[in-house]
Ligand binder design. Sequence first.
Ligand code: FPP
Length: 226
Amino acid sequence: MDGNGRWATSRGKSRSEGHREGARAIDRLMDASLELGLSNISLYAFSTENWKRPITEIRSIFNLLIEFIETRLDTIHERGIRIHHSGSRKRLNRKVLDKIDFAVDKTKKNKKLTVNFCLNYGSRDELLKAAQEVFLQRKRDQVLFEKPLKEKELEKFLYTSTLPPVDLLIRTAGEQRLSNFLLWQSAYAELYFTDILWPDFDKKSLVESLQWYETRTRKFGGLENG
Ligand code: FPP
């Protein structure tokens, strides 16, 4: 969800106002995803590297998250949306953790659409954590080096273990990099880059990205015609 800062500064507003407008774009994305019948969306809301930002900006993003959950959770739940969190719990304060846990627990049985908030998320951090957990699990089971490590064994310990791989990855605001986002899960994702700033991303933008996706031939390393 890149471009909140640029959206704000180009209008003489504060970066926090840009993030607030970014949260409104999430509302629109959830509406459009339900309408279009998407089953899973992941949002990169705060990365493990975003701690380098000024504390005032960090606070404004977490306050927005808290406000987002407080004001939208009932509607989200009524509409059959499941909230999922991907990311480390370390460094997140108790209030943020409690809000996320409450939202995740309340919506855990919902089936229509899963919205995966990647918050304090970084792919490298996730993969290191998963590797450590594989090691500890194998140690407990006393099978440390007895079998080669398979993808499924590692995937069980990813934050996204209950989610499908990424089909379409959209990066807004003209940047063309992955920035440590769902690297394992996006191994065969189609990558879509748009100059649209995140706060301006709307249903039309989503439809355009999906139309582009439809033109792609996905081969997963195989040949086009099998
Ligand atoms: C990147 O744009 C955006 C972020 C690091 C924060 C994203 C946060 C939100 C959309 C709002 C949070 C709300 C919820 C509900 C999680 P940028 O700030 O780097 O933009 P720039 O590159 O133009 O400066």
